[in-house]
Design a protein. Structure first.
Length: 212
């Protein structure tokens, strides 16, 4: 396959997978060799084995990072600090796209970014929503689940001082009823205590806002 032929076939795809390219092909080795050559020539970015992006000069559609994250490891959803940034709950920009998955944890680093995956058991794989941008659908934890995933996976001891240092903001986006309900589903005294501390911080934060 020549480069121009390949480019015409994939330039409207935000993410290129060998699964798509090899459909109906009996001899796959020549295509694999070509992909490797185009990667070395700077025409393709390999995000992981079998998943590629066109480089900037050839790219017509940019990949939506949550969509790319969902393809790199399935099933998964973005959570922890990156989800908190997405919901505006923390002021800092987060460079790493951290996702939660029931599969093995891992990390993929490329020009497309850093995609980190944390393992969670099947019974805790919930509390996320789908987000579609440019016909690309990704999955992101709700504000409440992102906070609880952060506490659970990092084994954090949440205090009011910790939440102040974290600069948790826009707390009106956190549904306290849902937060406490979600915490109960973890069946962990530590998570329940953390949810109560977060609730106390939110009540205090709103009270401080009213005095300003």
């Amino acid at each position: 396959m020549k480069w121009e032929e390949f480019l015409n076939a994939v330039r409207n795809l935000p993410v290129i997978t060998t699964e798509i390219l090899l459909t109906g092909v009996s001899n796959i080795e020549p295509i694999r060799v070509q992909l490797s050559r185009w990667q070395r020539a700077g025409k393709l970015i390999q995000v992981k084995r079998g998943i590629y992006l066109l480089t900037e000069p050839y790219r017509k559609v940019n990949a939506y990072e949550p969509y790319l994250a969902s393809i790199l490891k399935t099933p998964s959803y973005i959570s922890l600090e990156k989800a908190l940034e997405y919901h505006g709950l923390i002021p800092e920009a987060v460079s790493v796209y951290t996702s939660v998955t029931t599969k093995r944890q891992g990390r993929f680093i490329s020009e497309a970014g850093v995609f980190d995956y944390r393992h969670i058991k099947n019974s805790l794989f919930w509390g996320y929503e789908s987000i579609t941008v440019n016909k690309q659908t990704g999955f992101i934890a709700s504000p409440e689940k992102a906070l609880l995933d952060l506490v659970y996976l990092n084994n954090l001891k949440i205090t009011l001082d910790y939440l102040r240092e974290m600069r948790l903001q826009n707390v009106e986006k956190i549904n306290l009823k849902k937060l406490l309900e979600y915490a109960g589903r973890f069946k962990s005294p530590g998570i329940l205590h953390a949810s109560e501390t977060i609730k106390g911080y939110i009540v205090l934060y709103k009270g401080e806002e009213k005095t300003l």
